[in-house]
Design a protein around this ligand. Structure first.
Ligand SMILES: [Zn+2]
Length: 468
């Protein structure tokens, strides 16, 4: 049994928005109820079982006339779920992509059961509340509303709940190789940018991602003499790895901006007050000393730090097997997130120069996926989404965004299909930090606003005779 707390602000906002496009409370509140249900289907990856998500969504979409299509993968509990609402076919489809798997939890650090779908104090708690079952619930409810309202459509609207985004290998790239016909579209929405609130609850900015950083894993390998631990030598492979990691600890990559990330930082300069606003302005237009200072100060925020440079995170160290043997080799894995346009080979060379160690080699752990082109903000989908976000939160600035992590948008972007990313609900910076963390949650009122905004976006982009 669920308890839903509707805060007073929600009721006021609903009343203010009671124009022709406003939705009845039960339509949008059911986004929170659907999210709670989706959270209860534990799809932590590994193993990332998504069949149970398909079991929840299937009847809801079928009942509304969507064509439901479930694509099995070699892992029987891992499926991709499609629901397609047919249009008149005069335009190419619009696709909504939401990954159905979530990352695991440190259960003891949560104040509630992360897989119970708890709704309390006006928020839905649980793993995936933000990333990305919340988005899945908003996408699904907005698409269902098109059917409920019998909106005539020029194009099919395709909802896709994907497997294996948080892992591999049966992700959308796998799906695209074998089932491209099901996911081909004119453009797509996915996870990505943010709707960030200030302390007073107003929305500071809406960022819509147009590109993702590129993921590269590197292996550092050290070779040394394998021998008895009673007679240590200077070439100990573990020490060599340790020396390299210590150098990384005090190394910083240079600032790098893309045209869209620069616009995002311009938005931060414009919408932040006081000290932060000044620092963002200096970051973009200051003297070299001001830029360096702004970088240092602003980089205290890990997200901001990651958006203006290539990042390096040591993630795995491996070496040694017993206490009386010095191992002959050791390895470390570095997870690198590259700014689009960065040259991976040049980046590796810069690390080799930093380590400057003949006992150490630096290699790519796996071949790099091809680069994805950025999606242009001139696309109809971007323009309408930006306009509807502005209509929903008039106080906010809307900006394109370089997403700091990788997503599964590459399956479309590498085929020339624009993908725009948004976590479609206002969240605070504190709530943002809970993504992949503890007590992940999203407010019921945020889900309501997001559903309303997205429904209007779909109606304008896919509906016949819609004002564009
Ligand atoms: Zn995600």
């Amino acid at each position: 049994m669920l308890r839903v707390t509707r805060c007073l602000a929600g009721l006021v906002a609903a009343a203010v928005l009671a124009g022709p496009a406003a939705l009845a409370a039960q339509d949008t509140d059911s986004t929170a109820l659907l999210l709670a249900q989706l959270i209860r289907a534990n799809s932590s990856n590994p193993p990332g079982h998504t069949q149970q998500i398909a079991d929840i969504l299937g009847p809801l979409f079928r009942a509304r006339g969507f064509q439901v299509d479930i694509v099995p993968t070699p892992d029987s509990a891992k499926v991709h779920f499609f629901a397609r609402l047919k249009g008149n076919g005069s335009k190419k489809p619009l696709l909504l992509a939401a990954h159905a798997d979530v990352v695991g939890v440190e259960r003891e650090k949560w104040s509630v059961d992360p897989f119970a779908g708890v709704i309390k104090d006006g928020a839905v708690y649980g793993r995936g509340a933000i990333d990305f079952k919340g988005g899945m619930a908003v996408f699904a409810r907005a698409a269902m509303l098109l059917a409920d309202r019998k909106v005539p459509l020029d194009r099919d609207v395709i909802f896709l709940a994907e497997a294996d985004e948080e892992g591999a290998p049966m992700n959308t790239s796998w799906l695209a190789r074998s089932h491209w016909d099901k996911m081909d579209a004119e453009f797509a929405l996915n996870e990505g940018g943010w709707i960030i609130t200030r302390d007073d609850g107003t929305v500071q900015y809406v960022s819509i991602s147009t590109s993702d950083k590129r993921v590269m894993n590197l292996t550092l390998s050290a070779k040394g003499t394998s021998t008895h631990s009673s007679m240590p030598l200077p070439d100990n492979a573990l020490v060599t790895i340790g020396r390299a990691l210590a150098k990384l600890g005090s190394y910083e990559t240079p600032l790098e901006f893309t045209p869209d990330s620069r616009r995002f930082f311009e938005t931060l300069a414009k919408t932040n007050r006081g000290e932060a606003g000044r620092l963002y302005t200096e970051l973009l237009r200051g003297t070299p000393a001001q830029v360096a200072n702004a970088d240092r100060m602003l980089s205290r925020d890990a997200l901001i730090h990651s958006l203006m440079r290539n990042t390096i995170a040591p993630v795995i160290v491996a070496g040694g097997f017993r206490s009386n043997v010095i191992p002959g080799s050791a390895e470390a894995t570095l997870n690198i997130r590259l700014i689009p346009g960065s040259d991976p080979a040049a980046f590796i060379r810069s690390l080799e120069q930093l380590f400057n160690d003949p006992l150490l080699t630096v290699k790519m752990a796996a071949p790099l996926a091809p680069p994805s082109p950025a999606s242009a903000d001139t696309s109809l989908l971007y323009r309408v989404l930006a306009a509807e976000a502005k209509a929903q939160w008039p106080e906010a600035e809307v900006t394109p965004y370089l997403f700091q992590a990788g997503t599964d948008a590459a399956a479309w972007r590498t085929r020339g299909i624009p993908v725009f990313g948004i976590y479609p609900y206002p969240i605070s910076n504190d709530e943002l930090r809970r993504m992949h963390g503890n007590d992940e949650r999203v407010r019921v009122e945020s889900l309501r606003q997001g559903t309303e905004m997205l429904f209007r976006t779909l109606k304008r982009v896919a509906g016949s005779d819609a004002p564009r």
